[in-house]
Ligand binder design. Structure first.
Ligand SMILES: [Zn+2]
Length: 176
């Protein structure tokens, strides 16, 4: 039932134009006629929706994963569920790359239907993915590891403290 619901449209596959190949994403489209009155639960994967961000240091590491419930009622389409997009980010502090999952835990939409039999969910999914993209990624915060830059700062702070402890001791000695 759900097999043909999401149709991937990709000029890279259908066209022979090299320029198209370079820059159009596939689309997540829903065919309304195939949604039963009780709605549908869908799980699957689609092409990464933000491939163009690679030039800004955000690299897709595989497909976008979705789990959504979708249905039609009273002339409108609703959907809710979750999205996940694994990516590679660059830490703003140490400049090292790390892996991160962009998660959209509450993807939701409710849109009125005007005629067309297919609805393209890609722009809405893409928007939510972008909203959950860390603006200043840090490998210790988003990547769950020790940031080399932060570790260096802490070591420097410890060194400063050690030196001031010694100078306090030195002052004590001078007083004698
Ligand atoms: Zn870092």
């Amino acid at each position: 039932m759900s097999r043909n619901l999401f149709q991937v449209w990709s000029p890279a596959r259908s066209g022979k134009n090299l320029k198209d190949k370079l820059r159009k994403n596939s689309q997540v489209k829903v065919h309304l006629k195939q949604i039963p009155p009780e709605g549908l639960h869908l799980e699957g994967e689609e092409d990464c929706l933000i491939p163009e961000l690679e030039t800004e240091g955000v690299r897709c590491l595989g497909a976008m994963q979705y789990k959504i419930d979708i249905g039609v009622s009273e002339g409108s389409l609703w959907a809710n569920g979750s999205l996940k997009q694994p990516i590679e980010l660059t830490c703003v502090a140490c400049l090292e790359k790390f892996v991160y999952d962009i998660k959209v835990p509450a993807f939701a939409l409710h849109t009125e239907l005007h005629g067309p039999e297919t609805v393209n969910l890609s722009p809405l999914m893409r928007e939510d993915i972008l909203l959950n993209l860390p603006a200043h990624p840090r490998c210790d915060r988003e990547g769950g590891r020790v940031c080399k830059a932060a570790a260096a700062t802490m070591a420097a702070a410890a060194e400063t403290k050690r030196k001031s402890d010694w100078s306090a001791l030195d002052r004590l000695k001078l007083k004698k």
